[in-house]
Design a protein around this ligand. Structure first.
Ligand SMILES: Cc1cc2nc3c(=O)[nH]c(=O)nc-3n(C[C@H](O)[C@H](O)[C@H](O)COP(=O)(O)OP(=O)(O)OC[C@H]3O[C@@H](n4cnc5c(N)ncnc54)[C@H](O)[C@@H]3O)c2cc1C
Length: 422
């Protein structure tokens, strides 16, 4: 793979036939996550497609001209024309393959697929999920000199990386931006020497054999597994929700609130997350209407007081959403008054949903003992019902799900495992 500068762009890319160009930066964790995948695919596709990379900071002007706004960004070219669709952020191997395959004929793709060789890698401990629970377990295991790998379907950090501010993680006098806290946790664990395989597709998990297949070709084996896969937001299951997810309906205020400057927003929910995130969204939006199914909010008193003192926010109690649709650039939320059964429409610029979470267990739920809500049962050592398999953080059955409790679980599992493997 060749590294080029802007002056070589015409020759190497525009006149270069089929080309994939990686704009990377230094001190960029997603760029580090991409590098081995890009190298690996260059080895596979290199005869048909040219792989080049360019240092974005030193070639800023060209990057801007090409519409590159973040690192890493992959651009695809054929016969001097930039193809539609660029990839950036936590780029998955499967997404790159999809783009590369579209540049080739079916025969060429089949020939390349025939060359993919399965790979097996061995570790002492495999941690599924690199949120606070998994990262802490990784840190403790690494400091005990145990060969550990962290596997995540996204970039490291878990929910903390998309939380606006964290004010209750001990050791910091001022509230910390969530992305910074999770970045620091991840860097601490990585610097210690824990291996990372992130932004991968986890395609199979065999808890008994302690094997996880990632990106369909690599089997990662270990003596112990820690499940730290956390939770995902609950969906409402009403018409229009799936279709408008990411197109007017968001589950992440940190990610999307900034796009609603002075606009009108609907927030669904009434627990701590909904109340705190509504307060955050009000820094941008001009008007917020909360829709909550009960006659009282269930958030803590302090958060409620702040919310009721905020002139931009009003709450519709005992009301539930029944459907969503887009009309022009507006979102229309159909709501039902639960006391009267009367339905009406709320017109806004966007909708945020915070109605609780569900555990991420779909790949292994049949193998483990779960509680009635589907969370993994563990004992005080964080052991699950499968020998050699531990679980930590939000994915386990417990009363309080916080960064501190996830970190504590990760600590316990790692110490127990370190003693066993010693
Ligand atoms: C909006 C919001 C605000 C919050 N604010 C606070 C706060 O201020 N203070 C506080 O203490 N707590 C807060 N929390 C709770 C806190 O974020 C969680 O308790 C904590 O992140 C749990 O850590 P975890 O490691 O268990 O899981 P997560 O942080 O959920 O991380 C799980 C990781 O597993 C990965 N994963 C999922 N499925 C798979 C799979 N199949 N294979 C591999 N990897 C997978 C995910 O990509 C993710 O990176 C907040 C939560 C939310 C949603």
């Amino acid at each position: 793979m060749k590294e080029i500068i802007a002056a070589e762009f015409e020759n190497e890319v525009i006149a270069g036939g089929k080309v994939v160009l990686d704009f990377y930066s230094t001190e960029c964790p997603p760029c580090e996550a991409l590098a081995p995948k890009f190298e690996g695919l260059a080895g596979l596709y290199g005869h048909q497609i040219k792989f080049v990379k360019m240092f974005r900071q030193q070639n800023k002007q060209l990057a801007e001209q090409l519409g590159v706004k973040s690192s890493p960004t992959l651009l695809f070219f054929d016969k001097g024309v930039q193809l539609p669709g660029m990839l950036s952020g936590g780029i998955k191997r499967s997404d790159i393959i999809h783009h590369l395959d579209n540049m080739l004929s079916a025969d060429q793709v089949n020939e390349i697929k025939g060359k993919i060789k399965p790979v097996v890698t061995d570790f002492d401990v495999l941690i599924l999920g690199a949120g606070p629970g998994g990262l802490t377990a990784g840190l403790y295991l690494c400091q005990s000199k145990i060969n550990t790998v962290l596997i995540d379907i996204a970039l490291p950090g878990g929910h903390v990386s998309t939380t606006h501010e964290v004010s209750n993680y001990p050791g910091f006098i001022d509230p910390q931006p969530g992305y910074l806290l999770s970045h620091n946790m991840s860097e601490q664990t990585k610097l210690c020497g824990t291996s990372y395989k992130v932004a991968v597709d986890v395609t199979k998990v065999d808890l008994e054999k302690k094997e996880v297949v990632i990106d369909e070709f690599e089997t990662v084996r270990a003596k112990k597994i820690i499940i730290a896969t956390g939770t995902s937001p609950n969906l409402m299951g009403v018409p229009g929700e799936k279709e408008l997810k990411g197109r007017g309906i968001s589950y992440c205020a940190t990610c999307d609130a900034k796009y609603y400057g002075d606009k009108e927003v609907v927030v669904i929910g009434g627990g701590n997350s909904a109340v705190e995130e509504a307060d955050f969204i009000s820094k941008f939006a001009g008007k917020i209407t909360m829709v909550h199914q009960f006659d009282k909010l269930s958030a803590n008193k302090q958060a409620q007081e702040k919310l009721f003192a905020n002139p931009k926010i009003s709450v519709l109690f005992e009301t539930e959403p029944r459907g969503f649709k887009r009309v022009g650039d507006k979102m229309v939320t159909e709501i039902e008054d639960l006391k009267t059964g009367v339905r009406s429409e709320l017109v806004s610029d966007g909708v945020f949903v915070f109605i609780g979470m569900k555990p991420n267990i779909s790949l292994f739920k049949d193998k483990l003992e779960l509680d009635q809500w589907g969370y993994i049962k563990t004992n005080e050592d964080m052991r699950t019902s499968v020998p050699g398999v531990f679980a930590v953080g939000d994915v386990i059955s417990k009363k309080y799900r916080q960064i501190t409790t996830a970190v504590a679980d990760g600590t316990i599992a790692a110490i127990v495992i370190a003693k066993e493997l010693d």
